[in-house]
Ligand binder design. Sequence first.
Ligand code: ATP
Ligand code: MG
Length: 420
Amino acid sequence: VQYRAPRGTRDILPAEQSYWRHVEATARELAHLFGYAQIDTPIFEQRALFDRSVGQGTDIVEKETYTFQDRGGEELTLRPEGTAPICRAYLEHGMSSLPQPVRLYYFCPNFRYERPQAGRYRHFNQCGVEAIGDSNPAVDAEVIELSWRLVEELGLSGQQLLVNSIGDGECRPRYLERLRSHYTHHLGKVCTDCHHRFERNVLRMLDCKRSDFGCQELIAEAPRSADHLCTACAGHWSKLLYYLDALDLPYTVEPRLVRGLDYYTRTAFEIQPPGKGAQSTVLGGGRYDGLIQELGGQPTPGIGFGAGMERLVLNVKRRGEAAPENDQTQVVVIGLGEVAYREAHRLASHLRREGIQAVLAPAGRSMRGQMRHATALKARYSLILGEEEVQKETVTVKNMARSEQMEIPAKSAASVVRAG
Ligand code: ATP
Ligand code: MG
């Protein structure tokens, strides 16, 4: 093979599509049930949008973005995540004048230059929601419930719902100080990435997945953000748990769960399989009360989550149950000889207008050859036209499962097929 899909990308072949449609339909239906409306944003944005919002000290901006100059010299970045573009759209379209919160959902391809592994790609897809313009913890609970319902509806078992609060601009600086002093005399024990995180983004040290250094022990002993909240954040946090309890959500408080970006505030949550590996988290979300202001808008709170479609699909497949598969073909139309084949073309065209799926058998083949094609496509019916049928304006209908056939007026082909 001369050409291959680029590293970290993959083709989603027809055989896999039914899983994707199933996950998509489930997510869309749920979003709709919760009153969320779909939004699509461009696949690329001005580079500065992500540099500014996702933040300079993050993996995404430091080493994962696909950034390029277009022919007009403009710096553009392929979307690495869905939230910043939606907040940009919120501002650009004056959505603050709508009833708040504005509830939005999306499906989008994302691009990150990562080290490809199972469940980790450079081009991957997310579905997610954002609720923008309301800081009440009731909205956090709603978004978390929606994320949990998605996993539930897809029948993924054994998943864990983890929640935490990482405070805000008021209390986080003090907490980060505590975290820094916790690590400061132990830097000899952590991995090189964590060294870097210590300098740039100490919160991210809690997110380290390596067990070949002392990172995990230090994480276990680290001070907890939820123990260092200011009064307002503590109030938000306890109210959130109060609502989560009301909704009977099976959450676990995970003190090590963090979001590394500065604009994230308060609520952070993830859904993971137990015994998590680095690429098994199916979705992650959190509150980003600082983001819209960072983008130049009035201070506007928001919360959302992004789910990895590849990981959802993988889990649905693992469940073993085949997704509702439909690789049958309703009708294959067969025409024997030049004239009859032309008539077969017309008949297929007519059937499609009648809403019946019709595929034309390949031209120039014998009856047996065309019939073999019908079998290969798992046709429910084949409709056969020979010279005789053309002359009599009839067609021979073969029920493939029962191996029965009968000649009917060509005009009634659609109704015969439809009647089953
Ligand atoms: P991770 O810790 O796995 O790198 P993340 O914190 O970078 O995740 P988010 O930006 O929060 O992930 O994205 C939300 C979800 O999108 C993840 O939980 C995961 O399911 C999915 N996801 C993120 N990066 C990738 C990727 N490179 N390939 C496939 N799915 C991804
Ligand atoms: Mg990542």
